[in-house]
Design a protein around this ligand. Structure first.
Ligand SMILES: O=C[C@H](O)COP(=O)(O)O
Length: 247
């Protein structure tokens, strides 16, 4: 289907200027695998300096506000992170849905604001362990997708990341069958919402304890178009083999 693999590191609340050497090394690793689109979503404070050293890797932000400007102390608009040098932004990460109580409607607004500012968007979805154990993971994630999907969504600016909450930072991943089933269901829902042509271009990433040992198997699954990587993206040593696995 011709979707280029996409591997994105999410540094979360990690990284000072002292770590820019890692950004540079990851940029070099990205340059060795031009078949893969590689990026790093860094803390907002690092967007500008990271951009200067990131080479073949793009730099993204981890969130933006749904409004263009206004009385929102401590928040950053999409235009602000764009001006700082971000080309992409993550919206709807489960850590923000939980810690900042972001609803799916908030997430859809953030995605639209990001698009208006010219950013590409990675929209995150994922179920809790209780939901998975209760047999409701598919229903939950598809509902989250329906409520979070911004109007006018298209493959040219939107990617989806499926990140089961119980797999994030735990070293535990779903079975390959569970990943395949979920990604297939997300693709099906996108086809219904956007039409087959648009939906088939949207990249669907898997996230949650991706590492050098499991990346190749996960990335080989149908409808898995790459990964959103947390802990293993903090160092070039652990991120470069994941990029290579996608190539
Ligand atoms: O955004 C990235 C994910 O939350 C995955 O994090 P992790 O690779 O540390 O499990």
């Amino acid at each position: 289907m011709g979707r280029r693999k996409l591997v994105v590191g999410n540094w979360k609340m990690n990284g000072l200027r002292a770590q820019l050497g890692e950004v540079e090394a990851i940029g070099r690793a990205a340059g060795e695998h031009p078949a893969v689109e590689v990026g790093l979503c860094v803390p907002a404070t690092l967007i500008e300096p990271a951009r200067a050293v990131a080479g073949a890797a793009f730099i993204g932000a981890q969130d933006c506000h749904g409004a263009r400007s206004g009385a929102h102390t401590g928040c950053l608009s999409a235009e602000m992170v764009r001006e700082a040098g971000a080309g992409w932004v993550i919206v709807g990460h489960s850590e923000r849905r939980t810690d900042q109580h972001e609803s799916s409607a908030d997430v859809a607004a953030k995605a639209l604001a990001a698009r208006e500012a010219g950013l590409k968007v990675i929209l995150c979805l994922g179920e809790s362990l209780d939901t998975r154990d209760g047999g409701k993971a598919l229903d939950f994630v598809l509902e989250q997708l329906a409520r979070s999907l911004p109007e006018g969504a298209g493959a040219d600016w939107l990617s989806i990341a499926y990140e089961p909450i119980w797999a994030i930072g735990t070293g535990r991943i779903p079975t390959m069958e569970q990943i395949e089933e979920m990604h297939g269901a997300i693709r099906g829902a996108l086809r219904e919402a956007l039409g087959a042509d648009a939906a088939d271009g949207v990249r669907i990433l898997y996230g949650g304890s991706v590492n050098a040992g499991n990346a190749a198997d996960i990335f080989a699954l149908p409808d898995v178009d790459g990964g959103l990587v947390g802990g293993a993206s903090l160092k070039a040593e652990s991120f470069a083999p994941i990029i290579a696995a996608a190539a």
